[in-house]
Write a protein that binds this ligand. Structure first.
Ligand SMILES: Cc1cc2nc3c(=O)[nH]c(=O)nc-3n(C[C@H](O)[C@H](O)[C@H](O)COP(=O)(O)OP(=O)(O)OC[C@H]3O[C@@H](n4cnc5c(N)ncnc54)[C@H](O)[C@@H]3O)c2cc1C
Length: 569
C-alpha cells in the first residue's frame, strides 16, 4: 500500500483538531486485548487514540490485520455516516485511552469545521475503497453466478455500496461447499453474525446489512421519492439548508446512473467515474448534512393535504405513512424490456438492463450482444469490449447507428477491433439451457437471420416514466411524463388563481418534480443534478407559502384539488 494512500486513508490529527473533537467527546479507556468494537455493531462511534493503539482486524480473513491506529489516529469509515454495522473488529493494544465521539455529534463537526470534515470524509472514503479491494469482507453471497435471484441480491448490494464477497457454487469443489455447510438451496447470504438467509428478498438482505432498520413514519419538511442523481442533488441542498429531509428509493442510491459502468460526460470528472461512485459520493454528502436515506422501499401512493392539514401523505409498501410539507418526485424512468423470445426467461441471468462490474465480469471471455443505439448502449459496448479484448461484442441497432449517441462514443465504437455493429437489425430469440444463454438470433437488415454464439445480452432500448403511483389528478404528457411549471399553465391544468406554479411544481400544489420523470427533460446526469439543485428554491418558496402550518389550507386550494380530482375521474 503506497504511503500517499496511507496518509490519506489513515491521517494523524493535529493537536488543534483533537482539541475540537475532545470538546464533544467522552474519554474512555480499554485494557490490553479488550474489544473497542466488534464487526456487526451498528451506529458505531468514532474513536481518536490518545494513548496506546487500536488494531483493526478483518474477521472474514482469519483475523488478518488491516491497520493499527496509533496516537492521533482515528477509527471508522463511511459507515459512521450511514449507521450501518461495522465490518471489522477493533482491539486495544496495550492500555488504550481514547476520545469517543458518537456519530450523531460527529455530524456537527462535519458541517461546522470544514477542514477537519474534509480530512475525516476523505479518509472514510479511502478506507472504504481499500476495504472493498481486500476482497473477503462483509456479507458472503453463495449462489450460482448466472442465477436471476443471485444477480438481484448482488446488484442490490452493489447499488447500496455494501462490501460483500461472492462465492460461485459453480466453481467450488465439493469439500469447499461442504465446509460452508449452507445446505443445497441457493442463493444463501451469510450475515456478519454468521446466520444464513436462504433465498432472501432484497429487504431481508437490507435488514441483514443494516441498510434497513425500520419502516419510517416521521413528519418532515421534504420527502424525496427517488435516489437517482436528481433526488440526491436535491437532498444535498435541502439538508445543507437545514430542512429535515428523507430520501426514499425502491432499490438504493444511484438510479439509472448506478447502472452505468462509466459516466464520462459529467462535469468535473475528466477521466469519468462509475455511476455507483457518483452515487456513493452524493449519499455521503447528503448524510453529512443530516438527510436520511431509506431503501429498499416503494412509495405506492401519494395523497395531497386534506382540509385543515398541510402535510402530504406518502404511503410506503412496508405499510407506513410519511408526512411531508413538500414532496419531490424524482422517480426517473424504468427501462423498456426486450421483446425477443425467452428474454424474460433469462432476465438477470444473462439478459441485463444494466452494465456494471457485477454483470460484466460474469461473462468474462465470452461473446456478448448489446441492444440499443443510445449513450447507455454505447457505453456498455465500450466497457464490455475493453474489459475483455478477446471477445466479440455484437451491437444490434434497430435503425441507423450514430444519430442518438454522443460522437466520442460513436468514434470509439467505429474504431474498436472487437465491436461489430449490426445496423437495421433485431434480436428475435435467445437460446440456451440450464439457465445459460448459448446463442442469440439476430435478423439483419436484409431479412437474413443468423444465430450468434453469445453468453449474455445487455439491453438499453428506451424507457417509460415511473409515474403510475402518482395521484390521478397530476397532469402528464402523452408519454406519461410529469408536466411542471409553465407546461402546467399552458395545459391549463393549474388549479390556483392566488399564485402561479413554481418552475418545477406539478399540477398538484406543493408537489414538485425533477429529473428524467419531467416532461421535456434531457435524460442526462448533469440535467438531473441541475433539476435537483433547482428544486430547493421551489421547496423554500412552497415552505414559505405553507409557513403557518396551523392555518388551514385555503378553501380555494382544497376545492380546486377536489374539482380537478372529480374532472380526472
Ligand atoms: C446504463 C445507463 C448509462 C447512462 N449513462 C449516462 C452518461 O454517461 N451520461 C449521462 O449524462 N447520462 C447517462 N445516463 C442517463 C442518466 O443516468 C439519467 O438521466 C439520470 O440517472 C436520471 O436521473 P433521475 O434522478 O431523474 O432518475 P433515475 O436515475 O431514473 O432515478 C430514479 C430513482 O427512483 C426510484 N423509484 C422509482 N419509482 C419509485 C417509487 N415508486 N418508490 C421509490 N423509489 C422509486 C428508482 O429506483 C430510481 O433509483 C445513463 C443511463 C443508463 C441507464
Amino acid at each position: 500500500m503506497s504511503t500517499d494512500i496511507d496518509s490519506i486513508a489513515f491521517p494523524t490529527l493535529t493537536q488543534q483538531e483533537i482539541n475540537i473533537l475532545s470538546k464533544i467527546a467522552q474519554c474512555t479507556e480499554f485494557a490490553d486485548g479488550e474489544y473497542v468494537f466488534r464487526a456487526g455493531e451498528s451506529q458505531a462511534d468514532l474513536f481518536v487514540v490518545r494513548e496506546g493503539a487500536i488494531e483493526i482486524i478483518n474477521p472474514h480473513e482469519n483475523d488478518k490485520t488491516v491497520v493499527v491506529h496509533g496516537v492521533g489516529n482515528f477509527t471508522g469509515d463511511i459507515d459512521i455516516l450511514t449507521g450501518r454495522p461495522v465490518l471489522v473488529d477493533g482491539i486495544a493494544r496495550g492500555v488504550t485511552r481514547c476520545c469517543r465521539i458518537p456519530s450523531s455529534k460527529l455530524q456537527e463537526v462535519l458541517t461546522k469545521v470544514p477542514r477537519l470534515s474534509e480530512k475525516l470524509l476523505v479518509a472514510f472514503q479511502q478506507r472504504r475503497q481499500l476495504l472493498t479491494e481486500v476482497g473477503k469482507l462483509g456479507l458472503s453471497v453463495v449462489g450460482y453466478a448466472r442465477c436471476h435471484h443471485t444477480t438481484v441480491i448482488r446488484e442490490f448490494l452493489h447499488r447500496n455500496f455494501v462490501p460483500h464477497h461472492f462465492l460461485d457454487v459453480e466453481t467450488m469443489d465439493e469439500d469447499e461447499l461442504r465446509s460452508l455447510n449452507c445446505g443445497e438451496t441457493f442463493p444463501v447470504v451469510r450475515c456478519l453474525n454468521k446466520s444464513d438467509l436462504v433465498q432472501p428478498t432484497p429487504r431481508d438482505v437490507a435488514e441483514a446489512a443494516g441498510i434497513w432498520r425500520h419502516c419510517p413514519s416521521q413528519k418532515v419538511d421534504v420527502a424525496i421519492v427517488g435516489a437517482g442523481p436528481a433526488g440526491i442533488a436535491a437532498a444535498v441542498y435541502s439538508a445543507s439548508e437545514g430542512l429535515s429531509t428523507v430520501v426514499l428509493d425502491s432499490i438504493g442510491p444511484g438510479g439509472q446512473a448506478g447502472a452505468s459502468s462509466k459516466i464520462e460526460n459529467f462535469i468535473g470528472f475528466p477521466s469519468g467515474l462509475s455511476g455507483t461512485d457518483l452515487a456513493t459520493r452524493g449519499i455521503l454528502q447528503m448524510l453529512k448534512f443530516g438527510a436520511k436515506m431509506v431503501a429498499p422501499v416503494v412509495v405506492t401512493k401519494l395523497e395531497p393535504p386534506s382540509k385543515g392539514n398541510c402535510y402530504h401523505s406518502l404511503h410506503l409498501d412496508c405499510g407506513a405513512i410519511i408526512k411531508a410539507r413538500v414532496v419531490l418526485v424524482a422517480t426517473g424512468v424504468k427501462w423498456r424490456k426486450l421483446e425477443a423470445k425467452n428474454a424474460d426467461v433469462f432476465e438477470r441471468a444473462g439478459v441485463y438492463y444494466a452494465c456494471t462490474a457485477v454483470e460484466a465480469l460474469l461473462h468474462d471471455g465470452e461473446d456478448v450482444v448489446v441492444v440499443g443505439a443510445g449513450n447507455s448502449a454505447g457505453q456498455a459496448a465500450m466497457y464490455l469490449s475493453e474489459c475483455c479484448p478477446t471477445r466479440t461484442v455484437h451491437m444490434v441497432v434497430r435503425n441507423q447507428f450514430g444519430p442518438s449517441m454522443s460522437e466520442y462514443l460513436c468514434a470509439r465504437i467505429r474504431s474498436s477491433h472487437n465491436i461489430r455493429v449490426h445496423e437495421g437489425a433485431n434480436v428475435t430469440e435467445i437460446h440456451g439451457k440450464d439457465g445459460l444463454i448459448e446463442r442469440v438470433t439476430i435478423v439483419e437488415k436484409d431479412g437474413s437471420s443468423k444465430d450468434r454464439p453469445a453468453a449474455a445480452v445487455f439491453v438499453f432500448i428506451g424507457s417509460e416514466p415511473c409515474t403510475n403511483w402518482l395521484p390521478a389528478e397530476m397532469a402528464k404528457d402523452e408519454k406519461g411524463f410529469v408536466l411542471t411549471g409553465l407546461q402546467v399553465i399552458n395545459a391549463n391544468k393549474w388549479p390556483l388563481t392566488s399564485r402561479e406554479p413554481c418552475p418545477l411544481e406539478t399540477s398538484v400544489p406543493g408537489i414538485i418534480a425533477a429529473g428524467d420523470v419531467r416532461s421535456g427533460s434531457t435524460k442526462r446526469v448533469g440535467f438531473a443534478v441541475g433539476d435537483g439543485s433547482q428544486a430547493v428554491s421551489c421547496i423554500h418558496t412552497l415552505l414559505t407559502l405553507a409557513e403557518d402550518c396551523a392555518m388551514p389550507i385555503p378553501d380555494e386550494v382544497v376545492d380546486a384539488v377536489k374539482m380537478v380530482k372529480e374532472a380526472a375521474v
